[in-house]
Design a protein around this ligand. Structure first.
Ligand code: COI
Length: 356
């Protein structure tokens, strides 16, 4: 496209633009790892700063058996997505928010963290190096997984002497096997995801290992996932294993307030703004489990799940169903508004997208 003849409309240039794609079945994407070409890696010492880093072929990494991450769980992860636009260009969604969240988590986990600029540059580099893996429009997205870990060796309990910041990517489709169909949740009564003063509010790896038992038991009974209650009163909604939760009643949308035990989701934050702009009243507060009984709709939000409608919730053996005619109107409207922005189909008045 270096020369464009007179009279060529911009739409012609865009529509004739071609891009190379990896040779996979793009209609078959779920949320599983598809190994890609490159990963980004940089390291630093305990009190150091991360060097510029470089791209390496995607593959296994070497870690000391005594590394901080393997022995004491000193690790964080992030998740964000890149979407392909019709013209072949690629859009990231609020990557600086992930960078900031990683910095907050790193502070809590006694780890050095990349600067916001370094994080965003590294994400861009990794996506561009793997651009043939960004699905065509409408077929999914490229999931970007930044990791920060104590890679140095420790034996006594202490912060590791060396840290690795790594980013890998994988093309993905829908997170839940239900696709966009409503999911069925069960309220967990025995286990809790987080406690006040703990690490529930950051994206540390241990928060995810600790929900596997309840999640596996729920899946074995046919549920899609588990909805957690607060560990003090055992009464207020917290979050699902992998996403935040919202309850709709009329034109009011409520979601559990961020208070240290709930992950401050970037999709959560974006949906709150999108919903306010659409005229809904959004409340961040304590949401009692009893409110599920007379809610009109319930939905979950997260980078991986996007906006996922909830079809039923079972609590103490009682099942409440929502949206008997399929996806609720509010969940559908919010899903469409958010994904249009993320995919570059709607004007981005808020400056949330970053084009590559
Ligand atoms: C995400 O939504 O990006 C997450 O980190 C959740 C993860 C369990 C897939």
């Amino acid at each position: 496209n270096s020369t464009v003849s007179q009279g060529t409309a911009l739409s012609d240039i865009c529509s004739t633009e071609t891009y190379e794609l990896a040779d996979i079945n793009w209609d078959d994407l779920g949320f599983g790892l598809v190994p890609t070409d490159y990963m980004y890696v940089t390291k630093c010492s305990k009190n150091g700063k991360f060097s510029k880093g470089d791209l390496q072929r995607f593959g296994n990494i070497e870690l000391s058996p005594s590394s901080g991450v393997l022995n004491y769980g000193q690790g964080l992860f992030e998740g964000l997505k890149a979407y392909r636009k019709q013209d072949g260009s690629i859009l990231l969604f609020r990557p600086e928010e992930n960078a900031l969240r990683m910095r907050t988590g790193a502070e809590r986990m006694c780890m050095p963290a990349p600067t916001v600029e370094q994080f965003v540059e590294a994400v861009k580099m990794t996506v561009l190096a793997n651009k043939r893996w960004v699905p065509p429009p409408g077929k999914g997205s490229l999931y970007i997984r930044p990791l920060l870990m104590g890679s140095g060796a420790v034996l006594g309990l202490a912060p590791a002497p060396e840290y690795t910041f790594l980013i890998y990517v994988s093309p993905v489709g829908n997170y839940f096997k239900e696709g966009l169909a409503p999911i069925n949740l069960v309220v967990e009564n025995e286990f809790h995801r987080a406690t006040p003063g703990g690490t529930g509010g950051i994206k540390t790896i241990g928060n995810y290992a600790s929900v596997l038992k309840a999640q596996s038991a729920a899946k074995a009974k046919g549920y899609s996932d588990v909805l957690y209650l607060d560990s003090v009163h055992k009464k207020y909604l917290e979050e699902v294993s992998s996403c935040n939760v919202f309850v709709v009643k009329g034109t009011t949308i409520s979601t559990p307030a961020i208070k240290g035990t709930i992950l401050p989701g970037i999709t959560r934050k974006s949906i709150i703004d999108v919903a306010c702009n659409l005229g809904f009243q959004v409340e961040e507060r304590l949401v009692s489990v009893d409110e599920l009984l007379d809610a009109d709709e319930v939905f979950c939000t997260g980078t991986a799940v996007v906006v996922s409608p909830v079809g039923s919730i079972t609590y103490l053996g009682e099942r409440v169903s929502y949206g008997k005619t399929g996806v609720g109107a509010v969940s559908q409207q919010l899903f469409s508004s958010l994904t249009s922005l993320q995919m570059g189909l709607a004007e981005d008045k808020l400056g949330w997208t970053v084009e590559l």
